[in-house]
Design a protein around this ligand. Structure first.
Ligand code: F6P
Length: 366
């Protein structure tokens, strides 16, 4: 009997982002060319628990390279180890990992390719410990996985932020206003940092560097006094002032991470207006950062990741995740990938470059 793998499952877990379909295509096309069958699992890990899957044929993955979202559907509420079950009026959290494994057996898949961020990699790792053959592909607009130099989806989100800042720039300058823009990123400031830098923000506020209100007010006032009668403030959803807490929009225990951040731009805009007297408006970019077509960079990275994942599967290098290291795609263990979150450091090159061109991070430290 040949010990080659014959059938793989693929799923997209957590929040969607541009490039997911390019990865699915990168997995399925070489798999089909090598005679492998590909089962698409629907709605992330929810589909694994509920047994929702569909065969992916060549025609299904043709023409999806530039398509946003995921043809498989996704969910950030389907963690098999943290499964919300309704009991009467209450939601109880139960473990459904055995069901997930039983479904994989019933489908006859030899390996599962899990495309997702830190939450997905945690689940993939736990399923791997239970004996499932898993391979990871790192996705997230947040770019907060330390094991890879970049996750796919981040570049597309930064593109959206940069374009929005360009648009806000012209209207801010016409009306002599302070414009505050709120971007995603959860507990990491990469989208705000890279998007703010690309879009010429004057102030960038990050979760990693709690800011001083006085520094923020002084920066906009100084610009005003120098004749720059507008300012652009790019604030990460997780940014917080010294001694304060992150602004939370909602807490939902059904989610892997129950906290949904949001609302900081409105708060920052109000404080700036009250304390500087300058007219201020805010914009929340929200899920526009996750929608639409991937940038060329993300299409290329996603294709490299997908094809590398099928290479790992063929080599039976289970428990590994594709990762960008410099210009090369390599692999790391999924376990090491979940051990460290990648956060912005004060000596990050982008932070130093931003400081050098006069960007304020709302702190005296640099
Ligand atoms: O992790 C991706 C992300 O977009 C974060 O930046 C954001 O905090 C979160 O997901 C939003 O989640 P949801 O789509 O559930 O609102």
């Amino acid at each position: 009997m040949s010990d080659k793998i014959k059938r793989i499952g693929v799923l997209t877990g957590g929040g969607d982002c541009p490039g997911l379909n390019a990865v699915i295509r990168g997995v399925a096309k070489p798999a089909h060319d090598n005679g492998l069958q590909v089962l698409g699992i629907l709605d992330g890990f929810e589909g694994l628990v509920l047994g929702k899957g569909k065969e992916l044929y060549n025609k299904d993955v043709s023409g999806i390279l530039a398509q946003g979202g995921t043809i498989l559907g996704s969910s950030n509420k389907g963690d098999p180890f943290h499964w919300p079950e309704r009991v009467g009026d209450e939601i109880k959290i139960v473990d459904k990992s055995e069901e997930a494994l039983k479904n994989c057996d019933a489908w006859g898949i030899d390996a599962l390719i899990a495309i997702g961020g830190d939450g997905t990699m945690h689940i993939a790792h736990q399923l791997g410990e239970m004996g499932l053959n898993v391979i990871g592909v790192p996705k997230t607009i947040d770019n907060d996985l330390d094991a890879t130099d970049q996750t796919f989806g981040h570049d597309s989100a930064v593109f959206v932020v940069s374009e929005a800042l360009d648009r806000l720039h012209t209207t801010a300058s016409s009306h002599h206003r302070v414009m505050v823009i709120e971007v995603m990123g959860r507990y990491a400031g990469w989208i705000a940092l890279h998007g703010g830098l690309a879009g010429g923000a004057d102030i960038i506020l990050l979760p990693e560097f709690p800011f001083s209100w006085d520094e923020v007010y002084q920066k906009v006032m100084k610009r005003n006094m120098r004749g720059k009668r507008f300012s652009l403030v790019c604030v990460a959803e997780g940014a917080l002032a010294e001694g304060e807490k992150m602004v939370v929009e909602e807490t939902d225990i059904k989610r892997t991470d129950p906290l949904r951040l949001g609302g900081v731009a409105k708060y920052v805009a109000k404080k700036i207006e009250i304390n500087t007297g300058l007219e201020t408006r805010y914009t929340v970019l929200g899920h526009t950062q996750r929608g639409g077509s991937p940038t060329p960079y993300d299409r290329i990275l996603s294709t490299k990741f997908g094809t590398y994942a099928i290479y790992l599967a063929n080599k039976k290098r289970f428990g590994e995740m594709a990762a960008l290291k410099g210009n090369e795609i390599k692999s790391v263990s999924i376990e090491s990938a979940i051990s460290k979150q990648k956060l912005v450091l004060c000596d990050s090159q982008a932070v130093r470059a931003a400081s050098a061109v006069g960007v304020s991070f709302g702190t005296k430290d640099f």
